[in-house]
Design a protein around this ligand. Sequence first.
Ligand code: DGL
Length: 273
Amino acid sequence: MNEQKAVAIIDSGVGGLTVAKEIMRQLPREKILYFGDNDRCPYGSRPADEIRTFSLQMIEYLYQYPVKALVIACNTAAAVVLEEVKELSSIPVLGVIEPGARAAISTSRTRRIGIIGTETTIRTSSYERALRRLNPNLYVSQLACPEFVPLVEKRLLHTPEARRIVEKTLAPLRYEELDTLILGCTHYPLLSSLIQEALGDEITLISSAEETARELSTLFSLDDLHACEQSSAPQHLFFTSGNKQIFQEIGEEWLDRELHVEQKDLAQAMQNK
Ligand code: DGL
């Protein structure tokens, strides 16, 4: 049993909140410590060494706190650093790519699966490899959508511009006869109604969040890491390297609760350590 240790979650920005939300739903007793590197978001089009450095900085920052597991709730970061961080860490480390691939395989009937993600996630073919490890006989179509993350981070979700960009970007997938589409970026579930509208109701959208939270829960059961029953709700803590108010607004709308958010200049915080 483990009472105070938190689940650490990182993302380049607010996208990992889609995973945090599902962890809060499935594991309501767990305390969450979240870092969103909004100041340097998006990661998706950055060189791999930069993505690595930034991700390791967030992880090092959160590892100063008592944490019992790390979720790299950013497909882009997971594609670059997951294996390395697993080796470096003494606590369990989860990514979002394997869980997303598993969820897609169990959903797809026709075995025609699409993947949308950032340029890095698509370029590394991380999902395609994860899918083919589970089932080599698939039709897989991949598409990078670099314009999606800024729509979320800049709070443009509910604008006609967002609808236009989503529709135009996804147009090449309309004739692929896919039955399942992996939202291979944790920001994309915030755009899911626009994505569904653009591709029609016949396609099932898969977010890694639910399966990732399930995997975390299984792992906690196996390792006896579940938090004990407590009299009060866990006090989650959210750090952002960007604008605190914007993070708070997006986070509170998405998670439907008040958030305790602190602004942290990550580079500075690491220097002062
Ligand atoms: N939310 C992230 C992902 O899942 C990264 C988006 C970005 O920073 O480009 O890939």
